[in-house]
Design a binder for this molecule. Structure first.
Ligand SMILES: [Zn+2]
Length: 123
């Protein structure tokens, strides 16, 4: 079920790369992708991922405090930085992916550069 969904998504992305989108109103090939939700999702995901990653690392530092003050300082600082970076990157990727799906399925993601007509990829 999950694998099938991923394959279908890959196929639709592959199609988008091969087929030049054209405006359904005037037929112009000068089409711009707006990707509003994708950008928004990436930013939100990065913030959420960084915050949750840092929170996890801080919880780990509290455990380290019981084990020893030196370990808490060293482990805590390194842990916060690493967890925040990993969490931010993962959150950004997840948010971008989610936003991309929203762009393609819900919003009118394409805009014609010739006449300004907005339409979705699936139309
Ligand atoms: Zn047009």
């Amino acid at each position: 079920m999950h694998n099938l969904a991923l394959e279908r998504e890959w196929e639709s992305e592959h199609e988008l790369m091969d087929v030049t989108p054209r405006c359904p109103k005037c037929g112009s090939a000068h089409i711009e992708a707006r990707n509003l939700a994708r950008r928004f999702g990436g930013a939100i995901g990065a913030i959420a991922g960084t915050t949750s990653g840092a929170a996890l690392a801080l919880a780990g530092a509290e455990v380290g405090l019981v084990a020893g003050p030196l370990g808490a300082v060293l482990g805590g600082v390194a842990g916060v930085v690493i967890e925040a970076i990993v969490g931010g990157a993962a959150g950004c990727a997840a948010g971008s992916r989610l936003g991309d799906a929203i762009d393609r399925n819900i919003l009118h993601n394409r805009q014609c550069g010739a006449c300004g007509y907005r339409f979705s990829d699936k139309s």
